[in-house]
Design a protein around this ligand. Structure first.
Ligand SMILES: [Fe+2]
Length: 314
């Protein structure tokens, strides 16, 4: 089985017009719209789908909030993989088929999940030369200027659950995801079997189920801040501002989304394969390495290799 990444996320929103404006400003391309829906496509072929609250297309709400992401559709590599996964899922819950290449079901946390046989387009990036003491990569050449951000792919989604280890176990045992890292009292970072991003899915501990955010990958920190400036000039600002996570090394910039949760510009995440050994991180230590707005204290260093008990997710 090989789930290769996020193909689409489906939002319920009570502000379709505001949602369309936000996502266009964010840098996504609107490809379809109607009175109760709007579809955006990213360069890797993945989709962000906005649906009005009355849309019959919507799965049940995840948690108390009516708005927010209600379904994640994962790309899977073949009909054979899909039928193998679906056979296992159908042993203890309903699987609804849509033709031979797509099916949906509800995961152990109550979130609607869809699998679709589709290939995400591969992306090519030309490196931006970077100068540093002792290294000249850019001579008689200006740094590339970005006017705004244009996200290339969805790198991860984050949801809350009261029992994140239980929520994560479904993806490990039933969908072939790997544990990348664990945050003490926090949650579990998971990556899809055919993907090398540090995580494609994070289950975070909270009192109730909720959608938290989606990460949009851009080229570098210049593009993040060009996007941040462009969004601020149009009325959208971040609470935390620019920062870098310690777990995953990702640069982040979160923007509250009128359709629910946050949209995150992100770049330079760690990439992992099966050689990686998961770690267990202290919650505060792992969460943030640095923020542009300096914090008053530095969290205590807490990080160790995960042991067999950690990885059981029991
Ligand atoms: Fe994130």
């Amino acid at each position: 089985m090989a789930i290769t990444g996020i193909f689409s996320i489906k939002y319920a929103t009570d502000d379709l017009e505001g949602g369309v404006r936000f996502h266009e400003l964010l840098g996504l391309r609107l490809v379809r719209s109607s009175s109760d829906s709007a579809d955006f496509e990213l360069p890797d072929g993945s989709m962000v789908l906005l649906c009005g609250l009355a849309s019959p297309e919507l799965p049940p709400a995840f948690g108390e909030a009516a708005s927010g992401v209600r379904e994640v559709c994962w790309a899977i590599d073949s009909e054979e993989s899909l039928s193998n996964v679906a056979r296992g899922i159908a042993t203890d819950r309903e699987v609804v088929w849509c033709g031979a290449t797509e099916c949906s079901f509800i995961d152990d946390a109550g979130l609607a999940v869809r699998l679709r046989v589709v290939s995400l387009r591969s992306l090519e990036a030309v490196p931006d030369p970077v100068n540093a003491p002792g290294r000249v990569e850019r001579l008689n050449q200006l740094r590339r200027w970005y006017d705004r951000a244009v996200p290339q792919q969805m790198q991860h989604v984050v949801f809350c659950a009261p029992q994140p280890r239980v929520a994560a176990r479904f993806y490990v045992e039933r969908l072939g995801f790997s544990i990348s890292d664990i945050q003490e009292e926090g949650g579990v970072f998971l990556r899809a079997p055919g993907n090398v991003q540090h995580h494609n899915l994070y289950w975070q501990r909270a009192e109730g189920p909720a959608f938290r955010h989606v990460s949009y990958g851009v080229a570098n920190v210049d593009e993040i801040m060009a996007g941040a400036s462009f969004m601020a000039r149009h009325g959208f600002t971040s609470r935390l501002g620019l920062g870098r996570h310690r777990i995953s090394s990702t640069f982040f910039y979160y923007l509250p989304n009128p359709c629910g949760g946050d949209a995150e510009y992100s770049t330079d995440s760690d990439c992992l394969d099966e050689q990686w050994q998961p770690r267990v991180w202290g919650r505060a230590f792992g969460h943030i390495w640095w923020l542009a707005e300096v914090r008053s204290h530095e969290p205590e260093l807490r990080m160790r290799k995960a042991n067999a008990d950690d990885l059981m997710l029991a």
